[in-house]
Each structure stands twice: as C-alpha cells, then as structure tokens.
Design a protein around this ligand. Structure first.
Ligand SMILES: [Zn+2]
Ligand SMILES: [Zn+2]
Length: 278
C-alpha cells in the first residue's frame, strides 16, 4: 500500500441501458456507467460504459496510465465505452480487466470483449489496442487483492446473464458498487447486505421508482426505495442511487433526490462530475 491512504470516487457515467445526452439531462448527465476510484495514487475503474471516454480524455498526455477495470458484467451499457477509451491504444499503458460472471470455458472476458470489436460490428479489432492488457475471470463471491493493496470483495447479483457487486477496501475507506440487480419485493438481499455492511459509500442500481417497478419486473433492475432500505439495514454512511433510467430527466431526478433524502438522510444521487472524498 502506498503511504497515501485517501480514497476518492468520481462519477463519469451514471445512466443505465443507453446513453441519453441532451438538454433534459445536462444536470445529472447522459453517459452510461463508469466510476473512477482513486486509492491513493492508484486507479480503479468500475465499468466501461460511455463515461469511460471522457475519463480517458481527462488524463494528462504522455503520463503512463495504469488501471484495474472491474466490470459488473458485460451488457452493452457497461462496456460500450471501452473501444473509445483512448489510453487503451497507447503503448506502455497497462489495463487489467476483471469480471466475475462469465464461464472461462466459454472463453471468458477476453472472448466477450474481443467479440464486441469484431466485423461487422466494429471497424478495427481489439488487437490494435497497443496497451498491455490482461483479462481476469473470477467467480462472483471471490475476494482478491489489487496491486495497489486494495482488497476487493465481491458477491453475485440477481441479473439476467449474471452480474457482480464489488466492495473496495483501501486505507480506512470502503466503497461498494452494486449494479445491476433486481430485488425480491419485501425481502432484503442477504448477499448485498453482507457485502455493504458499514460501507462509507454505497452505490446502488436505482433504475426505477417503486411505482415504475411492477411494469419492469424481470428486467434485472431495482429501485431507489430498495436501495434506501439496504442502506439503512447495513448502516452505510452515504447512499448513492445510480444507473438512472434514460427516461428520467433532470426534473424527475431532482424530485427523486429530494424524496430519497427524506427516506435516507445521507443520500447523494449520482451525477456526472460528482466527487466523493472518503
Ligand atoms: Zn446496466
Ligand atoms: Zn445489465
């Protein structure tokens, strides 16, 4: 572990399903899932949705990039930005990619990501990315340590084709990233409760409101109200509703933020550019 034990979280993409840029989403942002966690000087990236493109543009030119990219799963909204992540094309940069929902016997993560960059879906193959890349498959539920000394704990989520929740512990901080997942109404998810216990920051799939949920049962997503219940039961410090539905305009999002704060006081709804220091 480096001497610097600080942890910060920056949101580059907060949407689910599909990017929705435009005048109705300028305040909360329209990019899909991408969250940057800095453990001291070391960089962990949660998901590679369209938000990873502006993240790549934010790096100082010429400075080598070294990052672990932890993927919740490989639905498009969580990987679509990867082919547009500039640092992946620069020799000397190092990217370690991780996923816990794929079967290695089917070729695992490398096979899925290469498949996205295959004709006639994409003009150039992943082979043109000149950075050093590793593809690391594990089983959701495993724990492992990153080179920076951060301890990563995981659990499986209830989502079509599987997904993985992460808890990153570094210094005195614990950040939990829990998307995409569907709850069982009236029953708190014990796996999630165990993972997020006492976390400093709890990021949760709040695609729907409780009113919208019944029409989307089986789509693999949850509600901000369910996240608030989990936050309360697990004693987390800050609850961050995330993976917003693309139809939720800024007006809808600010109403949700106000209602969520009444339900769980330390709620900060994820928006692009939001930075949380732990
Ligand atoms: Zn998603
Ligand atoms: Zn998904």
């Amino acid at each position: 572990m480096t001497a610097d034990e600080s942890v910060s979280v920056r949101f580059w993409g907060v949407r689910g399903s599909i990017a929705c840029p435009g005048p109705a989403t300028v305040a909360y942002g329209g990019n899909t899932s991408c969250v940057e966690v800095l453990c001291g000087d070391d960089r962990v990236i949660l998901d590679a949705g369209s938000g990873i493109m502006p993240l790549g543009l934010s790096f100082a030119p010429g400075v080598p990039v070294d990052a672990d990219i932890l993927l919740s799963h490989t639905h498009f909204d969580h990987i679509v930005g990867l082919p547009f992540f500039g640092p992946a094309y620069v020799p000397g940069n190092t990217l370690r990619m991780w996923a816990g929902h794929l079967e290695p016997k089917d070729g695992g993560l490398e096979n899925v990501l290469c498949g996205m960059m295959t004709a006639p879906l994409f003009p150039v193959p992943m082979g043109v990315m000149a950075s050093d890349k590793t593809f690391n498959d594990f089983k959701a539920g495993d724990s492992f340590e990153l080179g920076c000394g951060a301890v990563v704990k995981t659990c499986p989520l209830n989502h079509p084709n599987g997904a993985t929740a992460y808890r990153i512990e570094y210094g005195r901080g614990a950040i939990c990233y829990v998307t995409d997942t569907e709850h069982v109404p009236g029953e708190l998810d014990e796996n999630i409760l165990g993972l997020i216990e006492g976390a400093d920051v709890f990021i949760y799939d709040a695609t729907y409101t409780d009113d919208e949920y019944p029409a989307h049962q089986g789509w693999g997503h949850s509600t901000w109200q369910e996240g608030a219940k989990l936050a309360e039961a697990a004693g987390v410090k800050t609850y961050v509703p995330f993976h917003h539905d693309p139809s939720h305009t800024d007006t809808v999002m600010s109403r949700i933020e106000a209602e969520a704060r009444e339900r769980f006081e330390d709620t900060i709804v994820a928006r692009e550019g939001l930075v949380l220091e732990v």
